[in-house]
Design a protein around this ligand. Structure first.
Ligand code: G3P
Ligand code: CA
Ligand code: CA
Length: 279
């Protein structure tokens, strides 16, 4: 803990980055302490420039906390269940190296979200500039889902066998691009995936042909049921290719790791973390 951090912890009593900005006049991107409704103090990265956001989650190539760490199993339909529980893990500084989830995920009441895709191992102060894609929503969609993803995933459980592909998907929300465009957010996925998706959206709880639920499709909206190739996170059981499609990156390497052919996403996509900010 540095002197600045201690000062920051002592000075601010804020539940969100927006409060740090509005109440205390802080306008610089960086690490800040926030305090939850129940008094838990935690450190997070605040994006003060895009729309004023809180980082709540990053994903990496090791550890499958956003699906299952206990194998691919039909008797484990929700997997870790971390999309809809209050467990936290990881640290903000290591968020491009390992999974990260902080109390803001369930504590903050937000209207919109912004998303940064940042290459693995990027130091915190370079996240914004190093990002390969950045975009946000601006329609206050989280009002409809009680203010955050914890609540949204209670309405749309990420669970095996909760419904059928396309008919029982959760919401797809249009995005506004900050870096990239409709084509580039779609083209990070493989060419076969490209035939099944529309760019310019962020989508939640999408179900595949085998009734496995995935959590979030970044930058796209599914038009078919091979969602395991363009949506990440998910339930504890992927039936089509056991255990190949189970994991935080689901079937992103179906036609080889980082090959960007068939249903395989690009290498850059596999080797980046995704940061979600509430705003
Ligand atoms: O998810 C893709 C799978 O359902 C079909 O792929 O490679 O067998 O044509 P493939
Ligand atoms: Ca992971
Ligand atoms: Ca499939």
């Amino acid at each position: 803990v540095t002197v600045n951090e201690l000062r920051n912890r002592a000075q601010f009593n804020a539940r969100s980055c927006k409060e740090v900005k509005d109440k205390y006049g802080q306008t610089e991107n960086g690490l800040y302490y926030l305090t939850t409704a129940s008094g838990v103090v935690y450190k997070t990265f605040c994006d003060m420039t895009t729309a004023g956001g809180n980082n709540i989650y990053g994903k990496c190539t090791v550890g499958d906390r956003w699906t299952s760490q206990q194998g691919n199993n039909a008797n484990w339909p929700q997997g870790e269940g971390n999309w809809a529980n209050r467990k936290t893990f990881g640290t903000v500084k290591a968020a491009t190296d390992d999974d990260f989830k902080n109390p803001g995920y369930y504590d903050i009441e937000a209207e919109d979200m912004s998303v940064w895709h940042v290459p693995n191992n990027t130091p915190v102060n370079h996240w914004n500039l190093a990002a390969i894609m950045r975009y946000h929503t601006d329609r206050r969609f989280l009002h409809l889902y009680r203010g955050n993803l914890y609540q949204l995933f209670h309405s749309y459980p990420v669970e095996y066998n909760v419904g059928a592909h396309l008919s029982n998907n959760g919401p797809s929300i249009p995005i506004v691009d900050d870096l990239g465009d409709k084509e580039s957010t779609k083209n990070v996925y493989g060419p076969y995936s490209g035939g099944e998706i529309e760019g310019g959206f962020i989508s939640f709880r999408d179900i595949n042909h085998e009734r496995s639920a995935t959590a979030i499709c970044f930058g796209v909206k599914p038009k078919s049921g091979n969602v395991e190739h363009y949506c990440i996170g998910g339930c504890g059981f992927f039936h089509e290719a056991n255990p190949l499609q189970c994991g935080d990156f689901t079937g992103f390497a179906w036609n080889g790791y980082g090959t960007h052919i068939g249903f395989s996403a690009s290498k850059q996509t596999l080797e980046s973390a995704v940061f979600l900010f509430y705003c």
